[in-house]
Design a protein around this ligand. Sequence first.
Ligand SMILES: Nc1ncnc2c1ncn2[C@@H]1O[C@H](COP(=O)(O)OP(=O)(O)OP(=O)(O)O)[C@@H](O)[C@H]1O
Ligand SMILES: [Mg+2]
Length: 359
Amino acid sequence: MLGLSRGKELVGLDIGSYSVKAVELKSKKKDGAEAFEVKKIGYELLPHDAIVEGTIIDSAAVVETIKMVFEENKIANKNVIISISGNSVIIKKISLPAMESQELAESIIWEAKHNIPYPYEETNVDYAILEPPAHAAGQNLDILLVAAKKDKIANYSNVISQSRKNLEGIEVDVFALQNIMEINYPEIFPDKTLAIINLGANITNVVIIEKGIPQLFRDLSLGGSFFTENLSKDLNLSFDDAEKLLKGLPVENVQPDQLQSVLNMNAQNLLEEIEKTFSFYEAGEKSDKKVEFIFLSGGLSKLKDLPGYFEQKFNIKTESLNPFRKIDFDEKKFDPMYFEEMASLFGVATGLATRKMDK
Ligand SMILES: Nc1ncnc2c1ncn2[C@@H]1O[C@H](COP(=O)(O)OP(=O)(O)OP(=O)(O)O)[C@@H](O)[C@H]1O
Ligand SMILES: [Mg+2]
């Protein structure tokens, strides 16, 4: 989307508020079908407060971190695709009667002006037709309308050019996640209803996909940093100690039951927000809508027992989304343990890296 073309390999670069992740893939044939292998991979933490509420505040720090990810992991490819999410990105599903492309473009502009809560002039608008035009004339087209605030795009483009990389495409997190789900779970993706929940530091992306077609997108302002803040407030700890506790590491003078009660409370808040999104979807026009599988991704999804919390609340099978389930890596070059441990952090970056540009 937003100016993407196809052909040559790109580095998928996921600039989160907590960490920067980069993945480069190689295309190959496997059993006669198109497949991918990891060529390069890298991860670096960002300094605290470099990105606040989705805005890059300390661009020098972000540039330095991006450069470090590339240098330390010997990523020579400068052509990157990034993704954005949060409040400044609006995704709307609209339905329009089938029409000629010129007419369709005009209708989409009209829809964008009426559906997007920002002045049209301040946004970049793109769209994708969800289903191929129906054979029968007069049938509606389902269209995904994506509008991103221009200042958000400029904010992110700037750090890419300052990092001396070429920005070849901008996606949104939820599309990258949908992509990586499709590649890795071919036995589920085409005919089940599933929710992908990407739990980051400040944003939780939720997408509900029904038989391969996305139905609902939400970016919730929730994530691991709220857990850390509450742990530090409620248990009177430094941010670093709170972070350690969240990751399951020991911290002196903390009572396990106290810790558990703060974690439970935060997890319940998170689950309630996600429940609202599920209810909104299930209350749609068809009464038989039901999420059948939940796939978790993102740093906070590593929280101990989190899939269990989801299963208990929703009674829906919940597992971690493994972006490398069907993507190979050379065990002589990479440690399989790294992939196992880091899998939940690389959903977006790997989904981005499956996109290609013109040669
Ligand atoms: N082992 C772990 N257990 C629990 N939480 C963890 C663990 N590892 C990291 N986290 C938390 O996950 C969050 C970071 O996740 P991630 O790297 O996916 O975020 P991000 O993509 O940088 O942020 P965002 O997209 O929200 O801006 C942090 O809040 C961190 O504390
Ligand atoms: Mg993220």
